[in-house]
Ligand binder design. Structure first.
Ligand SMILES: *Cc1c(COP(=O)(O)O)cnc(C)c1O
Length: 221
């Protein structure tokens, strides 16, 4: 198990147009630096406090991706530096991100998390909820937030056909949303695919994958 080899293996097997977010949650800074030293700059965390601590300690040219569920009262801790928030699932949350981004005179890029998996446990909104947000007057009035794409997670199953169907649905939803978005949005990113399913995700139209255990090994919680 070697982080640098794992990274190289994955990067060699995916198209150059696909961004690899190395999911470093629960992993120490030394692991992140190993990946960093091969040139990796996009890292994903699912807890805001962990991301803040790591961002403080590590090189400033790392692009930090918040891939977990975001509580509104914690947005303020990451507003100064976060590169992309993947798990946006409500207009209320966008409103808070807009407010906090304004304090730093930034525009924060976000992905709308869409629920594509059958299982109940996954966060995210329906395609019509996403449409309503992009077409709402409140969203149009925001000045410090921008929706740049969608994020989704497939059902955790061995049934590849089901996974593919779910990913293709997200791709279709992405195209629909792209066609209706006018203000504060520029839809170009489809964040889907993890260690177990990223090849299927890329086949289905993903251009951003979030890979953890295939790079850093299994997580110990
Ligand atoms: C942990 C996590 C990943 C990475 O999972 P692996 O199976 O380790 O690649 C991707 N996306 C989200 C939202 C995660 O929480």
């Amino acid at each position: 198990m070697n982080i640098q080899q794992n990274l190289k293996h994955i990067l060699d097997s995916i198209p150059k147009t696909v961004t690899l977010v190395a999911v470093s949650k629960t992993k120490p800074n030394s692991d992140i630096m190993e990946a960093y030293n091969t040139g990796q700059r996009d890292f994903g965390e699912n807890k805001i406090q962990d991301m803040v601590d790591k961002a403080d300690a590590l090189p400033k040219d790392i692009r930090w991706h918040m891939i977990g569920h975001v509580q509104r009262n914690k947005v303020k801790y990451m507003a100064e530096f976060v590169h992309l928030i993947h798990g946006v699932d409500s207009l209320k949350l966008l409103k808070e991100i807009n407010k906090q981004a304004k304090k730093y005179a930034r525009t924060i890029d976000c992905l709308l998390q869409i629920k594509i998996a059958e299982e109940d446990s996954k966060f995210g909104m329906t395609d019509s909820e996403a449409k309503n947000i992009l077409q709402s007057d409140m969203f149009s009035a925001f000045e410090n937030v921008r929706v740049v794409g969608v994020m989704g997670m497939a059902t955790f199953t061995d049934d590849e056909n089901q996974v593919k169907t779910e990913f293709k649905r997200l791709k279709t939803i992405f195209e629909d949303l792209k066609s209706i978005c006018t203000k504060n949005c520029n839809l170009e990113t489809i964040s889907m695919g993890m260690s177990g399913d990223y090849p299927i995700a890329i086949e289905s139209g993903s251009n951003m994958i979030r890979v953890g255990s295939s790079i850093f090994g299994t997580r110990n919680y």
